[in-house]
Ligand binder design. Structure first.
Ligand SMILES: [Zn+2]
Length: 406
């Protein structure tokens, strides 16, 4: 089956995940697609198992004589809570001409190259778009479709040589929990790749170091009529705290490798305010410095208004996978070489966010991220290129071959 056929099939499943729920996976409907994939693997004769969390792990044994690294290919089945993934009506535009695409005439929803310049790279290709009312699901059903296509190819092509392969499909990536209950020993691979990126040719192996910070500011509430020199308004102090942080590290002033402290929310009354931040930087040292800036700001507030006026809690969330991948450069290099040999220009950009690959890397499965041929993730402007998805499959086949020769 072609990648596109699989893809169009998988996006029929609504697999939207949900933030802040206790159950795992966060929505039962993700299990429907996971079990469907299990059936497909069974039909292909590929050994697999799914656990109570929904982690679907399949293994394809090596067909070569020598010892080779065990390679994992990883994709997530859920789609973002940011937009509906129900009743996706995909449309294929053959030989895209570079002009505006009316996704939905009734609601005047237009996919335009002036707003999304990446479309210019897709001229002459066949692209898959939405009807403007849902997301497409390329993130990450394109990754799923590409991995399944490769699995089928391997089953049908005994002369194609490869080491042991592990296919891993996960739920709840979009709500930050894609690896929450994963048993990495059960995955049992030496390294892997997530197929969860954008443009084909993309290799991402650097992501943010990430922490969250909760700042509580305590005020002193008295009757406003007799407040002079007594009232301490926690909201004012909260603003003061925020202003102590450097302006050049606010997200709206940063790009590329520049880290930021992002004030997500501020709630308060006279008595008590709470500020919530996320702290992000690719560089671990600078990341620690940014945490230090928050600690210093809190101390300055306490010095001025009294002990315990400011209480700060910082919690690490994830780290830059490059810190580990730097010692396993061959994984990145294999991807880059495979991309070049497929006549695609490698695109290497730091991720200004996180990835499941980062968590897997820190769990012991080094795992850079590869482009799949999808664009504009998480919303109705999402689209995918059929030529690029086919190329993505060819790239991964080369990666498998190269890995088997390591
Ligand atoms: Zn994704």
């Amino acid at each position: 089956m072609k990648v596109i056929e699989r893809f169009l099939n998988y996006i029929k499943f609504d697999t939207q995940s949900k933030a802040d729920v206790d159950e795992y996976p966060s929505t039962k409907k993700q299990l429907v697609l996971l079990n469907h994939l299990k059936d497909e693997l069974d039909n292909l004769g590929i050994l697999n198992s799914i656990d109570k969390y929904g982690y679907l792990i399949a293994r394809i044994p090596s067909n070569i004589d020598k010892e080779a690294p065990k390679l994992a290919l990883v994709a997530h089945v859920d789609t973002s809570p940011d937009a509906s993934g129900e009743n996706v009506k995909a449309r294929i535009i053959d030989n895209y001409n570079g002009k505006e695409i009316v996704l939905n005439e009734e609601h005047n929803i237009i996919l335009s190259p002036s707003i999304f310049p990446s479309l210019k790279n897709n001229i002459g290709q066949d692209i898959v778009v939405t009807d403007g009312t849902t997301l497409l699901g390329a993130d990450d059903k394109l990754g799923v479709a590409e991995i399944m296509t490769i699995a089928e190819y391997i089953v049908n092509t005994p002369e194609y040589k490869h080491g042991e392969l592990v296919l891993l499909f996960t739920p709840d990536e979009e709500v930050g929990n894609g690896t929450k209950y994963i048993d990495i020993k059960k995955v049992d691979a030496d390294f892997g790749y997530t197929l969860d990126g954008g443009t084909v040719g993309e290799v991402a192996y650097e992501n943010f170091n990430a922490a969250s910070a909760k700042v509580i500011i305590k005020g002193k509430s008295v009757h406003p009529g007799s407040a002079k020199n007594v009232m301490l308004h926690s909201v004012n102090v909260a603003y003061e705290f925020d202003r102590l942080l450097p302006d050049n590290k606010r997200p709206q002033n940063t790009e590329d490798y520049e880290g930021f402290n992002h004030l997500i929310s501020i709630n308060g009354s006279v008595e008590k305010s709470q500020l919530t931040y996320i702290i992000r930087n690719h560089n671990r040292g600078l990341f620690e410095d940014q945490k230090e800036e928050l600690i210093n700001s809190c101390e300055a507030i306490n010095k001025k208004y009294g002990d315990q006026t400011c209480i700060l809690e910082i919690q690490d969330q994830y780290f830059n996978m490059n810190e580990i991948l730097v010692n396993h450069r061959h994984i990145v290099n294999t991807a880059i070489e495979s991309i070049k040999e497929t006549n695609v220009e490698p695109i290497i950009e730091p991720i200004r966010g996180g990835t499941d690959g980062a968590r897997l890397t820190y769990l012991g499965l080094p795992c850079p991220n590869l482009g799949t041929g999808g664009y504009n993730f998480h919303g109705p402007y999402e689209y995918a290129s059929i030529q690029e998805m086919n190329i993505a499959v060819e790239i991964v086949k080369k990666i498998i071959t190269k890995t088997s020769q390591l």
